[in-house]
Ligand binder design. Sequence first.
Ligand SMILES: C[S@@+](CC[C@H](N)C(=O)[O-])C[C@H]1O[C@@H](n2cnc3c(N)ncnc32)[C@H](O)[C@@H]1O
Length: 188
Amino acid sequence: MIPACTRFIERNFSKSNFLVNLYGLYYKSIVRNEVKLANIKNSDKVLCIGGGPIPSTAIEVVKQTDASVHVIDMDRKAVEYARNVVKRLGLDQKIVVDQARGEEVDISPYNVIHVALQVTPKDKVLNHIWSNCKMGDRIIVRMPKKGLRHFYSNVTEGFINRYSHYIKFSSPRLNANTLDKILLMVKG
Ligand SMILES: C[S@@+](CC[C@H](N)C(=O)[O-])C[C@H]1O[C@@H](n2cnc3c(N)ncnc32)[C@H](O)[C@@H]1O
C-alpha cells in the first residue's frame, strides 16, 4: 500500500517544479544526516538505488555535496518521470537516471551506495552490494519504523548480526514519520 501511494504521489507531483520542491522538503534533513554519517563529499561517486519518479534523495545529495549521482530504478515509468524532473531542474550534468535493478547493477564505479526505504528484495540487494563492493565503500540503508516494517522489505537480523563489525547506526531525530534508523556499512 505504501509503495503504491508513494508511486501515485511522486508521479503526479513530478509534473510541477513547485510540488517537486515541496516534496523534497521531507528529504532535506534525512539526507543531511546521511551525508554527515557517510561523510559524502563532492569527489564521491554516488549510486542511489530506487530513485522513484521524483529522485529527491539524489537531488538533495547534489545540492548538499555537489557529488555526481547515478540513480537507478527498476520501473521504466519512474525512470521517465525522474529524467524529466532532473532535466527541468537543470541537474542533468550531475544526476543520470537509468533503468536497472539494485540486485544486479554493476557497483564498481561507485564508492557510496544509497538504498531507498522501498527497495525490494533488501536481502538480495544488500548481499549483491556487499559481495561486490570495494574496501572503503560506504553503503547507506534506510530502515523503517518498527510498526511499519511489514509494509517494506527489510534487512534481516541475520544480515545485521553477520556484518555487525561493519555496521554503524544513526538514530537522529529524523523528523520523518516512516524512518527509524539509517544504517551505514563500510567495507573494511
Ligand atoms: C517510490 S521510490 C522512493 C524514493 C525517493 N523518491 C527518494 O528519492 O529516495 C522507491 C522506488 O524504488 C524502486 N525499487 C524498488 N526496488 C528496487 C530494486 N530492487 N532495484 C531498483 N529499484 C527498485 C521502485 O520502483 C520505486 O520507484
